[in-house]
Design a protein around this ligand. Structure first.
Ligand SMILES: *Cc1c(COP(=O)(O)O)cnc(C)c1O
Length: 370
């Protein structure tokens, strides 16, 4: 079965092998050397002033960022389940939450952010997804963070890049906290999250908040190539292998270029067979299609053609399906996925099969358009 859900994503064989060694003790020079190498690669990936790894799923890093960076009021962007989660985290810690809510296909507008910041001086942090995975939506994070910093440079910008770091190059000049998670673009099993921090963020964090999620405690330890609590040793060994694999495959530039190309080619292939891309501003991490037969298409893909794609949640259950574009994906697998969608449409009597999706994907991906 081809796993094409936008998280978890497939773990490459060499990465699985790297994680199959005996468990290593985390307080040893051997592990510290692995930790140091991994950190070095992470600085190259994040381009932030500091990088911290946590043994938690992505939500742990979201919670750590909110409690350490927001002291009063969080402005959260809710165009989907993950954006909504930031607000819930803030409230659960007794912080105030101001939310800008939109339909899941609609990106937040820079104007709405500016207006919110200008009308409420209690807002000291903004939390937003770069790629909101609920609908496969790209928010204008770079533009909104630039606009906010022009108004008040002390407002902390928390950018959830769980389906963006490793997908595209992110301009972190105005971002204070950039979050990644292991099981999405980083091609690992779940359980590791990573935060990139600006120097301004570190200053704001001060003594830090929380116990396990206290970022100051972690920064101090991780600068010495160790962790405050037991490190997720196996996952970190896997992460080092992932980052080295990316390097030996032409580096980040090549990964970003291929992901962008694949993402565009899939969207073209699926629109060429009459399907509709759901988000107004699609992220490169996934292709989301809204369709009245979304459930039937998903079932046919799984049962007849060996392809597992994700559906929708909440009010989009049965209304959309989401195809992963993250990671090192073989073109022949991607071509089979779009071809399977076309086969599913013909099974449903929607469209006679003529191989359009496969042809358009290959023309766009390999640049052999007539
Ligand atoms: C998956 C995801 C999360 C949550 O991560 P968990 O690992 O499930 O805790 C947060 N934000 C985005 C954008 C995601 O895609």
């Amino acid at each position: 079965m081809l796993l094409f859900t936008p998280g978890p994503t497939p773990v490459p064989q060499n990465v699985r092998n790297a994680m199959s060694d005996e468990t290593m003790h985390h307080r040893t020079p051997e592990f510290e050397a692995i930790f140091a190498k991994t950190r070095k690669h992470l600085f190259n990936l994040f381009k932030t002033d500091e990088v911290i790894m946590l043994s938690s799923s992505g939500t742990g890093a979201m919670e750590a960022s909110v409690i350490n960076l927001c002291k009063n009021t969080l402005l959260s962007v809710n165009s989907g389940k993950f954006g909504e989660r930031f607000g819930k985290i803030a409230i659960s810690h007794g912080l105030k939450n101001v939310e800008i809510k939109n339909e899941w296909n609609t990106p937040v507008s820079v104007e709405a952010i500016v207006e919110a910041v200008k009308s409420n001086s209690d807002i000291d942090a903004i939390a937003v997804q770069i790629s909101e995975s609920a609908g496969g939506l790209r928010h204008p994070v770079e533009e909104l963070s630039k606009a906010v910093k022009e108004i008040n440079p002390n407002i902390m910008i928390i950018a959830d890049g769980i389906t963006a770091v490793g997908v595209e190059k992110i301009d972190v000049s105005n971002i204070d906290c950039l979050i990644a998670g292991s099981q999405k673009a980083l091609m690992l099993p779940p359980g590791l999250s990573i935060l990139g921090l600006s120097n301004a963020a570190i200053e704001t964090i001060g003594e830090g908040k929380g116990y396990y999620l206290n970022l100051t405690t972690e920064i101090k330890k991780q600068r010495q190539n160790t962790t405050a609590w037991t490190a997720a040793t196996t996952l970190i060994m896997g992460l080092l292998e992932v980052l080295e694999t990316i390097e030996s495959n032409g580096g980040l530039e090549r990964l970003y270029a291929e992901t962008a190309c694949r993402s565009k080619a899939v969207k073209r292939a699926l629109t060429a067979i009459g399907l509709h891309v759901y988000p107004q501003t699609p992220a490169k991490s996934m292709t989301t299609i809204d369709d009245e037969n979304a459930s039937e298409i998903r079932n046919l893909l799984k049962e007849e053609f060996g392809v597992n794609v994700a559906g929708g949640q909440d009010h989009l259950k049965g209304k959309i399906f989401r195809i992963n574009q993250m990671g090192l994906i073989e073109a022949y697998e991607m071509a089979w996925v779009v071809n399977s969608v076309e086969l599913a449409l013909s099974r449903l009597g929607r469209r006679a099969y003529d191989g359009t999706a496969n042809r358009v994907f290959n023309e766009a991906f390999f640049g052999v358009e007539a």
